[in-house]
Design a protein around this ligand. Structure first.
Ligand code: SAM
Length: 205
C-alpha cells in the first residue's frame, strides 16, 4: 500500500504523518501494518478528501495522493489541489499517481477524450458510469481489477500538468508509467498511469 511506502520512506527523519481515507476499515489496515516504531507519529483521519478534510496553512512538508485523484470530480480535483497547496509549507512537495486515459481497456476512450476536449468540455476524461461505458464500447469488465468507483476521472498528461500548474505548483516531474507484476491477465498499456512530483514555490508573490 502506498501509505505504508510513505511511512517507510520517512522513517529516518521521523516526521509526523497523517493518513486520510474515507474508509475507517482501510485506515485500520494502515494502522495494523505500521511498524511499532512509527505508531506514535501516525495520525489517521477518516473522511472524504477534499470536502471533509482541512489542514492548517503551511503545516505540511509533503502531500502524497496515490490512486485517489481519479475518484474526484473536476471541482473536487481543483479543491484538492487548492487544499494541498495551502496546507503545504513553501517548497513543500506533492506526489500523485492517477489513472490515465490509456488505462480504460476500451479502444475508443482516447477518441472520446479528444472529442470532449474539442467540444471545450472542462473535464474531458470524467466518466460517470465506467461500467456502462465499457459495455457500450464492446469492452470486457474485469471484475477483479475493476475500479472501486464507477465514477472515474481519467487524465491525459498535458491537461493534468496544466491543472497542477494552475493551482500554483511548479511541476518537477510528470510522466506516464505502468505498474509491474500486477498479475493481470489483460494486456496493459504502458502509459496506464500518470505519476507527478511538484512543489509549492518558495516565495509567494
Ligand atoms: C485504489 S485505493 C488506493 C490506496 C492507496 N493510496 C494505495 O495507493 O495503495 C483508493 C483508496 O482511496 C480511498 N478513497 C477514494 N476516494 C477518496 C476520497 N475522496 N477521499 C478519501 N479517500 C478516498 C478508498 O477508500 C481507498 O482506500
Amino acid at each position: 500500500m502506498a501509505a505504508l511506502g510513505a511511512i517507510r520512506a520517512s522513517s529516518a527523519n521521523k516526521t509526523p504523518l497523517i493518513a486520510i481515507d474515507l474508509s475507517q476499515e482501510h485506515l485500520d489496515i494502515v494502522r495494523e501494518n505500521t511498524p511499532f516504531a512509527d505508531q506514535t507519529r501516525l495520525t489517521t483521519r477518516c473522511g472524504r478528501f477534499p470536502t471533509e478534510i482541512n489542514f492548517e496553512d503551511n503545516s505540511l512538508s509533503a502531500f502524497h495522493a496515490a490512486n485517489i485523484f481519479h475518484f474526484l470530480t473536476g471541482e473536487e480535483f481543483e479543491l484538492a489541489l487548492a487544499k494541498a497547496f495551502k496546507g503545504l509549507e513553501p517548497s513543500g512537495k506533492i506526489f500523485t499517481t492517477v489513472a490515465s486515459i490509456y488505462s480504460t481497456r476500451t479502444d475508443n476512450f482516447v477518441e472520446y477524450y479528444q472529442r470532449n476536449l474539442d467540444k471545450g468540455i472542462k473535464w474531458p476524461g470524467l466518466v460517470s458510469d465506467l461500467r456502462q461505458f465499457i459495455l457500450n464500447s464492446g469492452g470486457v469488465i474485469d471484475e477483479e481489477n475493476h475500479m472501486a468507483s464507477n465514477m472515474v476521472h481519467f487524465f491525459r498528461l498535458q491537461e493534468y500538468q496544466k491543472a497542477v500548474e494552475a493551482a500554483g505548483f511548479i511541476v518537477e516531474f510528470c510522466d506516464y508509467f505502468d505498474f509491474e507484476n500486477t498479475g493481470d491477465e489483460y494486456e496493459r498499456h504502458p502509459k496506464s498511469w500518470i505519476t507527478m512530483v511538484a512543489r509549492k514555490p518558495q516565495l509567494m508573490s
